[in-house]
Design a protein around this ligand. Sequence first.
Ligand code: NAP
Length: 454
Amino acid sequence: MAFTSINPATGEVYATFEEHDAAEVDRRLSLAKDAFEQWKHVDLEQRARLMTTAAELLESELPVQAEAMTREMGKTFAAAKGEAGKCAMTMRYYAEHAATLLADRTIVSSGSRSGVRYEPIGPVLAVMPWNFPLWQVIRFAAPTLMAGNVVVLKHASNVPNAAIAMENLFRRAGFPEGCFVNLLIGSKRVADVIRDERIAAVTLTGSEAAGESVASIAGSVLKKCVLELGGSDPFVVAQSVDMDLAVPMAVTARTQNNGQACIAAKRFIVVESRAEEFTERFSAAMGALVVGDPMDPATNVGPLATKGQLEETRIQVAESVAKGAIVTAGGKALDGPGYYYEPTVLTNITGDMPAGCQEMFGPVAAVYVASDLAHAVAIANDTPWGLGASIWATDDAEQRYGLENLSAGMVFANQMVSSMPELPFGGIGRSGYGRELSDVGMYEFCNQKSFYVA
Ligand code: NAP
């Protein structure tokens, strides 16, 4: 089988690569295992030097790396440049802070000396999605490499070019061979890799179905597993909202990455007293966005990443409308070529429609009206997911109410939910378990070894 990326702006083939056969996978796993035996002894200063070199390389090639992402999965060129820059910034963060984050933690006990050491555990398999082709990889790879583990990447089948670009980046930066290896394999072959004794643990970012499969296989061989899955993040608009701030942020939060972000706000829950104003302004702003060629600087929203993604969005909106949803902006796909869908706002949402009970992975917003803030938070929490949530309020008490009562792995006030290297990232419920980024994410794949001296 060949891995082919299709440019979603045109529907044309962008790049094709051969799948790795069993012998090649075996060779690469051995490379990773051998590399780990060396890499775990490399001191932190040297690891940091190499990580900084990789960051510098990425920065020096930013437009080239960004254009490749745009051509392969359709995000706007501006967003792709932002993503590559954020990767380099995060690599620098871990190069700079790893020594502090990984320093032994002293714990006062009955012993003369006791605490926790953070030691690497081996090659970690990373099963990654296509929506942020570089960022998803780096936010795992930078901390895990700095901790002394090595990376085995199985990237999404529609972004093989990004996978190869990442492997090349670390090799060219001088990382020893095997510290970062790609497996160009389909998802059906992931189970065997998890079971392979050379793999120590696995992390998956992707859909719930993939999470269930990966977690059950990891469980069957007692290997550590971290899951970053989907969500339907609430954006709660309180009475004291600053509408001039909230409306443009709502548009960005829903349409970033052409609507295909796990932490995109997907449900907009507005208290009744502000609902008419919010819905009118939000619908007008969504309707005014420029949809088109992702390389064009004037474009706000590019195509969806695949034809399947476009089809799913089309069906979700059509079924929601058939069940009574009202379209206040957008509502249809654009004529091809390319997989474009109009930024769309739906109101009158009920729990039995796709907009009310499924993750919408396209530029489609669902607006709910709540009688008051307590009701808004109750609607927000009435979900099987719990990745991010945001509260939009200028009043301290309303802000605090949101921060304390919204059920999610991450809650932001007056700012759209986003990832940053300093802050743990992850969800609860069907959004997965475990964390990435910060010190907490780094420790997920460390032996947190307790020590005690009498
Ligand atoms: P996906 O279909 O689950 O694919 C993600 C990765 O998992 C791909 O590498 C895929 O390989 C692999 N995969 C799929 N099924 C598998 C299985 N049964 N066993 C092992 N591996 C499997 O998800 P997606 O469509 O790419 O991404 C969209 C989803 O990811 C959304 O739900 C989104 O919310 C979520 N997401 C979550 C986060 C987060 O941090 N929480 C971030 C980004 C995206 P193939 O490509 O070869 O099928």
